[in-house]
Design a protein around this ligand. Structure first.
Ligand SMILES: Cc1cc2nc3c(=O)[nH]c(=O)nc-3n(C[C@H](O)[C@H](O)[C@H](O)COP(=O)(O)OP(=O)(O)OC[C@H]3O[C@@H](n4cnc5c(N)ncnc54)[C@H](O)[C@@H]3O)c2cc1C
Length: 415
């Protein structure tokens, strides 16, 4: 037997965009179903960086203190080592935000934290292990989704379906709306590295002889990322694990011992990077946000934060419309009008970085860092740091919480 649910808003995807939107809508009295295909929030590594802009939103929600009690590593000034020379990366200490640092928080802790906040509101109905397989449409209007769960099929009917199901969004594919692909030239290899015994520097990125590696401090170990040319993983594998370990040791000799723990390709994960965006984010009854609407490259570590900003803007624009059952296609257009520019500008920066950081000759497995960029890094370091820290830490057109929480009797707090 197929179970049917009727709700005001059905969100497909329990990533940063979906969970945050679900929480905000439920907090303001909108009945919201969030469908996440995984059974929990543990999954492939997709970034850990919670930026000052997101923590500012936590502050506006009165949650910053509790948020910072979650496991995280604060990074105020990310150090970079460029061809052996230690440089300051972006410096967030001058930002006019409550938190003047990036919190490196495992994404599952972040998502769990928001989901727990959501669960304290009656309208928040999160279904884990629930994979959306199709849209329910009537006369070209989206009316709901078909969901596969372990217990069987479920139909969720809603006034609005939000596709927050990430870069490979099924909602986007089923809606048949046009996607513009900006062809990211890179992929990322992710792997864990134990910390070398005498490691004292907190280095976030290393650029050495045209190779770019990021190391995110996870307390007991580093989550490491090596940027490679798109499609090169096969060639790297063909050269063998020893050649891969030698490459990592060449980027950072201090890793020569710890990299020996990578003794199978199963310990190295390929992540396919995309930079794309939908031409139109909405149709009647349907809206896409986050990576579903604009897939972000990992450059700058901004994707999570942009997804959260999309969620806040969507809640600001649509909460009252959804609560009163009057959400029109013009209202959905307002969400795209608000968020398209920040997404486009951020993608432009990422595409520029792809071109300039990773231009040059391809020698099968390494990425060349162009000499003009190296020169610029040395020459304009202080100014670049300030601009970069603003663009990364706060971003274009930051959002603020404009929705009000409801009391248990459905009334609102005084503004
Ligand atoms: C290699 C890599 C590293 C990155 N590193 C960073 C970083 O350090 N910092 C940063 O800010 N950003 C980073 N990003 C970008 C960031 O991961 C994304 O921009 C961000 O996660 C987008 O959030 P989202 O909620 O829109 O989508 P997602 O995080 O992709 O969430 C989508 C959710 O939808 C679920 N889902 C998918 N299909 C279905 C379905 N059919 N039914 C139900 N549920 C479904 C998925 O399981 C997932 O939970 C990185 C990206 C990549 C590829």
């Amino acid at each position: 037997m197929t179970v049917s649910i009727k709700t005001q808003c059905c969100i497909v995807g329990g990533g940063p965009a979906g969970i945050m939107l679900g929480f905000l809508l439920a907090r303001s009295g909108v009945k919201t179903v969030v469908l996440e295909k995984h059974d929990d929030f543990f999954r492939d590594f997709r970034g850990d960086t919670i930026h000052p802009s997101t923590m500012e939103l936590m502050h506006e929600l009165g949650l910053l203190k509790a948020f910072l009690q979650q496991p995280h590593q604060p990074i105020a000034k990310g150090l970079m080592v460029v061809n052996g020379q230690v440089l300051q990366g972006p410096d967030f200490s001058h930002l006019s935000t409550q938190a003047k640092f990036i919190a490196m928080m495992p994404q599952w802790d972040f998502l769990n934290f928001i989901a727990v906040q959501g669960a304290s509101h009656a309208g928040f109905d999160l279904h884990m292990g629930s994979e959306v397989t199709d849209l329910i449409e009537e006369n070209a209007v989206v009316k709901g989704v078909i969901v596969q769960t372990k217990q069987g099929r479920m139909h969720v009917f809603a006034d609005l379906v939000v596709g927050a199901d990430g870069r490979s969004s099924i909602v986007r594919a089923l809606s048949k709306m046009t996607v513009i692909d900006n062809h990211a030239p890179i992929d990322v290899l992710w792997f864990r590295l134990n910390k070398p015994k005498n490691e004292t520097l907190e280095v976030l990125a290393r650029i050495q002889n045209g190779n770019f590696m990021v190391t995110i401090d996870r307390g007991a170990y580093y989550q490491a990322a090596l940027l490679i040319h798109k499609g090169d993983f096969g060639g790297i594998k063909a050269k063998g694990l020893q050649a891969f370990r030698d490459l990592i040791s060449a980027i950072e000799p201090a890793f020569a011992d710890v990299v020996q723990a990578i003794d199978s390709w199963g310990k190295v994960k390929l992540l396919n990077v995309q930079v794309s965006r939908m031409q139109r984010w909405y149709r009647q009854g349907l809206l896409c946000i986050g990576d579903a609407a604009h897939a972000m490259s990992p450059i700058g570590g901004v994707g999570i934060n942009l997804a959260v900003q999309d969620a806040v803007a969507t809640a600001n624009i649509l909460t009252e419309k959804l609560r009163t059952g009057h959400c029109t296609v013009e209202d959905l257009a307002k969400v795209q009008a608000r968020r398209e520019w920040p997404a486009k500008m951020t993608q432009r920066m990422q595409i520029m970085a792809h071109r300039h950081f990773f231009s040059g000759t391809q020698d099968n497995q390494t990425l060349a860092v162009s000499w003009p960029l190296r020169f610029a890094l040395y020459l304009f370091a202080p100014l670049l740091r300030r601009i970069l820290s603003h663009l990364i830490g706060i971003g274009f057109r930051p959002e603020h919480i404009k929705t009000q929480p409801t009391h248990s009797d459905g009334t609102f707090s005084e503004a």
